[in-house]
Design a protein around this ligand. Structure first.
Ligand SMILES: NC(=O)C1=CN([C@@H]2O[C@H](COP(=O)(O)OP(=O)(O)OC[C@H]3O[C@@H](n4cnc5c(N)ncnc54)[C@H](O)[C@@H]3O)[C@@H](O)[C@H]2O)C=CC1
Ligand SMILES: NCCCC(=O)O
Length: 438
């Protein structure tokens, strides 16, 4: 199969990539609503968030469709009239191994730049969420993408491992946990594949006393409770300057308690069910461990059964705010991947920067302050691939997304991603006689 994909990629490269991507890719109206509903059923996130994800997916495809015709090389003049130029060429077959938290959107994040750079794609959704990735592939097909250029394989670890070992796969782009990411890198090393790893995080959110408190509270909620807290960039270590801790906690707890948890297909619902029973048990286990280590549960952290009988077998829990946290606690050190916010007091900028960076992760970070100098100084000093100033959790397609440290490497979205889905060929041209020592 991979040889066929490689030839599809070559054919695609010599045709107009922009035309392929510009074929009617935008799912509109009823279709967009249906994909969003399927995403809810697939994943458990709310319909409001799922609609956002579907829109973000086609924005990504539109963006790379626009970028495709701008890809170009460089002309370099050499002594004596000789010159060189570079060509940006595809890698070949790019494999995507996906997580379950953003099934449709992440499939688009992996396909769009790969296709724009002239590659073929084969991606594997998580076995927890196999549905909507297939729809994306169908949309590509309907839009005129040649057979063999975008492919979906279903399966779990074994299928993922086959992709990482396959000699005709040129690149693997992986989204998921750190332990699996390490395995993907190791397996891909055997055939020296290009690798992008989008892994986990334990991101810090720094809230200074001079912040606009209302926005800081909103930011902290967005940083913790989207998609039931199952978001890799989540700012789950919320450092709050001691002087404003009481007001901050009062507001955050009041609003966390007001989050409507329940049927994710209803537009008024703000939190749906977690992905699986094991995930729910794992998250509740983190809350239990936090209590044991001295954290105080200010709200939530309990399994929840919505009143609607059809939801009785769902994996719901009440969103949780933990106070009295210390940096050495398990809930502060490990990625929980559930709706659990840990709040920590701090006194000085220097101290909080040192504590914020004291982690092996480095995916995202955030700062709320009205002091513009502080904001940029803190952003420069935080060890993370993204730093939000006075906002959190947005991932516009125009902007590179990816990690530092054990949160991974390579980038998705933005122009920078072209570097990770293409390779440069240098062509050197002599205009005169060959200089020879022999
Ligand atoms: N930071 C993030 O974006 C994510 C973090 N997680 C964390 O990871 C934990 C485990 O969740 P999983 O879905 O099992 O994550 P995972 O990282 O094991 O799986 C992600 C993807 O990798 C595939 N995979 C698993 N083992 C593989 C292997 N040996 N070779 C190649 N592919 C393989 C899976 O089928 C899935 O498509 C969660 O509880 C959560 O804490 C999970 C998903 C996303
Ligand atoms: N805001 C996008 C996050 C994507 C991810 O969790 O993989």
């Amino acid at each position: 199969m991979m040889a066929g994909l490689a030839s599809a990629a070559a054919h695609h490269h010599t045709n107009s990539r922009r035309d392929l991507l510009h074929g009617n890719m935008e799912p509109q109206g009823e279709r967009r609503d249906n994909i969003a509903k399927l995403e809810v059923i697939n994943n458990g996130k709310t319909i409001t968030e799922a609609e956002y994800d579907i829109d973000a997916a086609w924005q990504c495809i539109e963006y790379y469709a626009g970028l495709a015709p701008t890809l170009s090389g460089q002309h370099i003049q050499l002594p004596g009239g000789a010159f060189a130029y570079t060509r940006r060429e595809p890698l070949g077959v790019c494999a995507g191994i996906l997580a379950w938290n953003y099934p449709f959107m992440i499939a688009a994040w992996k396909c769009a730049p790969a296709l724009a750079c002239g590659n073929a794609v084969v991606f594997k959704p998580s076995p927890m969420t196999p549905v909507t990735g297939v729809i994306l592939a169908e949309i590509f097909h309907e839009a005129g993408v040649p057979v063999g250029l975008v492919n979906v394989v279903q399966g779990g670890a074994e299928t993922g491992s086959l992709l990482c070992h396959h000699p005709n796969v040129a690149k693997v782009s992986f989204t998921g946990s750190v332990p699996t990411g390490k395995k993907v890198m190791e397996m891909s090393a055997k055939t020296v594949k290009h690798v992008t790893l989008e892994l986990g995080g334990k991101s810090p959110l720094l809230i200074f006393k001079d912040c606009e408190l209302e926005n800081a509270v909103r930011g902290a909620l967005m940083a913790n409770f989207l998609t039931q807290g199952q978001v890799c960039t989540n700012g789950t270590r919320v450092f709050v300057q001691r002087e404003i801790m009481p007001q901050f906690l009062e507001e955050v707890v009041k609003r966390t308690k007001a989050i409507v948890v329940g049927d994710p297909l209803l537009t008024e619902t703000r939190m749906g069910g977690l992905i699986s029973k094991p995930q729910l048990d794992k998250v509740l286990g983190f809350v239990a461990q936090a209590k044991k280590e001295g954290a105080r549960v200010l709200c939530g952290g309990e399994p929840l059964t919505p009143s609607d009988p059809k939801l009785k077998n769902g994996y719901f829990m009440s969103p949780c705010v933990l106070d009295n946290c210390r940096d050495d606690m398990t809930c502060v050190k490990e990625e929980i991947f559930g709706p659990v916010m840990s709040v920590l007091p701090f006194d000085t900028e220097e101290e909080v920067l040192q504590r914020a960076n004291n982690t092996t992760f480095g995916l995202a970070s955030g700062v709320f302050t009205r002091d513009i100098s502080r904001a940029h100084r803190v952003a420069a000093n935080l060890e993370a691939g993204t730093c939000y100033i006075n906002t959190y959790s947005i991932s516009p397609v125009e902007v590179p997304f990816g990690g530092y440290k054990m949160s991974g490497f390579g980038r998705e979205n933005g122009q920078a991603t072209v570097d990770y889905y293409s390779q440069l060929k240098t062509v050197i041209v002599e205009m005169g006689d060959v200089d020879s020592l022999f």
